[in-house]
Design a protein around this ligand. Structure first.
Ligand code: SAH
Length: 249
């Protein structure tokens, strides 16, 4: 049988949110490649080789997947959430783009998954109901100045904004700087959702107004959604509902 690559999204955590298409690809696979905690979400079985690797080696992982597929293996490259959102799909295409011409004949498919901001938005209500954007706060692959420029322009454009990779031990104050940029542009009633480990047993949601938002409220398992100027909270017992009306003001 000839080899292939499926670049698959495992969703935000809950097994019920893994698509049947991804489950089928994993059942047919001979090899699974990905970051250690994502590969750990795949059940081991006879005939399936698991290749967990450390973070920050995306291109090595992509080349490994292509080599295996061209040698006849059926390879699933796993990401959390959706593989096209700050994840492995772009790395595989970058490897193909810069690799030898023979790599272009590899059979590659991208299998979408539910990305963190959509899972978080669904838990809170509908904060992404109008125009929105997503910004990766990790400065591994881009300069901090570019991040802050994008945050400022997104706020000026009045998008709701989802921040991925908001905080890590190596980068404790990037989110604090993003909040400082937002406070220059946004009114004080702007709601900020901290959605941690959504759809897992450790899930925690918290909504605070922008002036009360602190970087310490997030960690690497948190996606942060900042509302637009029209985003509203509906107070009730427990966490309020958060939604953005579909019409612009
Ligand atoms: N491809 C993934 C994103 C990878 S970047 C996706 O589409 O979701 C990793 C970041 O995603 C984390 O730092 C966090 O901001 C976010 N994230 C992933 N899973 C999450 C979850 N279950 N709950 C909250 N945020 C999550």
């Amino acid at each position: 049988m000839s080899g292939w690559i499926a670049i698959a999204g495992l969703g935000p955590g809950d097994a019920a949110l893994v698509t049947p298409e991804v489950t089928l690809a994993l059942a047919e696979a001979t090899d699974v490649i990905g970051y250690i905690p994502y590969v750990a979400r795949v059940a081991p079985r006879a005939g399936l080789a698991l290749h967990p690797s450390d973070n920050r080696v995306e291109l090595d992982r992509a080349r490994h997947a292509i080599d295996l597929a061209l040698a006849g293996h059926r390879v699933v490259v796993v990401s959390s959430g959706d593989p096209g959102v700050f994840a492995m799909a772009a790395a595989v295409f970058e490897a193909i783009d810069h690799g030898p011409p023979a790599w272009r004949s590899v059979d590659v498919r991208v299998l979408p998954g539910i990305t963190a901001m959509l899972a978080a938005a669904a838990r809170a209500g509908a904060p992404l109901g109008h125009d929105f954007c997503a910004i990766n706060l990790s400065d591994n692959l881009k300069p901090q100045a570019l991040i802050e420029r994008r945050v400022a322009l997104a706020a000026q454009a009045d998008f709701a904004i989802a921040f991925y990779n908001p905080r890590s031990r190596a980068r404790p104050d990037g989110l604090g700087r993003a909040f400082a940029v937002l406070r220059d542009v946004c009114a004080d009633d702007r709601p900020v959702l901290f959605a941690r480990a959504v759809t897992t047993p450790e899930e925690a949601l918290r909504i605070v107004p922008l002036p009360d938002a602190r970087a310490e409220m997030a960690d690497m398992r948190t996606v942060v959604i900042v509302g637009s100027s029209t985003t509203r909270t509906i107070a009730r017992r427990g966490t309020p509902f958060l939604y953005t009306p579909r019409s612009a003001s």
